[in-house]
Design a protein around this ligand. Structure first.
Ligand code: C2E
Ligand code: CA
Ligand code: CA
Ligand code: CA
Length: 279
């Protein structure tokens, strides 16, 4: 009945209001969290498939919320991109990564590359070149230890602008990798023109590769493209021995996933890096 519809509408509006309110609250909490320095990294090792040694770590952001405990990035990165908070938050990520590299270097740790995630809006709208170059300089970091992960969808938004920005970043001697590769439905043309070092095959393809011929074919094709273009290729989301063996047999260069390591807090990571340094 009409009456009922009115009731549904009111209910719907109340729910919308509630959602909006929750998002505004989260935005407010995130801004305060940045001021109060409540963000931190966990680090997931990336394995060199040939030697079995750790060749890099990916820094993954988390929020230590006083009310909610440890909050994962899927909860807040999307909102931070919508509201623009990703610009100062992304700057925090770059600076923190460089500060950690310096800290570990001063402590005499065997250093490996640190890979950080750069969001699309941070890359397109932010002053990414100045943020990265000043963070490197301030901490006296060898730029070859820093790698920027950019998603395929971000890179193909504006090819001209991307080419310019990547060229500048490349002059700093940092590495560039294409994250979530294979999900962006892009032409391969741009790969030739962009100064990139690595492709990271999206976890969705790795998941089914040992069981489904079509996923195997996609992984084979991506590895083939990477080799032909003289790029390194990393598989993410490696969870089983079957996946690891399949990827090694295909000469995938790097392996990342729960089968090897989950994202680690700083202390256990340092232990792992030190024990590898002794070998
Ligand atoms: P991503 O860059 O694709 O990172 C990989 C995600 O897969 C991480 O989730 C990681 O914990 C998870 N993962 C790693 N190995 C496995 C595995 O074997 N199986 C499964 N099921 N998952 C695995 P996490 O840490 O929740 O991060 C989610 C996403 O949040 C990241 O996806 C990235 O897009 C974004 N993110 C994380 N840190 C940052 C950051 O500092 N800045 C920005 N802009 N985005 C970030
Ligand atoms: Ca990533
Ligand atoms: Ca990824
Ligand atoms: Ca992803």
């Amino acid at each position: 009945s009409a009456k009922n519809h009115g009731g549904d509408f009111c209910f719907y509006r109340a729910e919308l209001n509630q959602r909006l309110h929750q998002r505004m609250q989260l935005d407010f909490d995130l801004r305060r969290a940045l001021e109060k320095d409540e963000f931190f990294f966990e680090y997931q090792p990336i394995i060199d498939a040939r030697t079995g040694r750790i060749s890099a770590v990916e820094a993954l952001i988390r929020w230590n919320s006083p009310e909610k405990g440890r909050v994962m990035p899927d909860v807040f990165i999307g909102l931070a991109e919508e509201t623009g908070l990703i610009l100062p938050l992304g700057e925090w990520v770059v600076r923190k990564a460089c500060a950690k590299l310096r800290e570990w270097q001063e402590a005499g740790l065997p250093l490996v590359r640190m890979c950080i995630n750069i969001s699309g809006r941070q890359f397109m709208q932010g002053d990414i070149y100045n943020v990265v170059s000043s963070a490197l300089k301030e901490n006296g970091i060898d730029p070859r230890y820093l790698e920027l992960e950019l998603t395929e969808t971000c890179l193909i938004q504006n090819v001209e602008e991307t080419t310019k920005k990547l060229g500048m970043l490349k002059e700093l001697n940092v590495s560039i990798s294409v994250d979530d590769f294979g999900t962006g439905y892009s032409s391969l043309q741009y790969l030739k023109n962009f100064p990139i070092d690595r492709l990271k095959i999206d976890r969705g393809f790795i998941k089914n590769a040992p069981h489904f011929a079509n996923h195997r074919a996609i992984v084979d094709a991506i590895i083939g493209i990477a080799k032909a273009m003289d790029l390194k290729v990393i598989a993410e989301g490696v969870e089983t021995v079957e996946q690891a063996e399949f990827l090694k047999a295909r000469n995938c260069d790097g392996l990342q996933g729960y089968y090897f390591y989950r994202p680690l807090a700083e202390e256990p990571l340092v232990v792992v890096l030190c024990s590898q340094g002794d070998e």
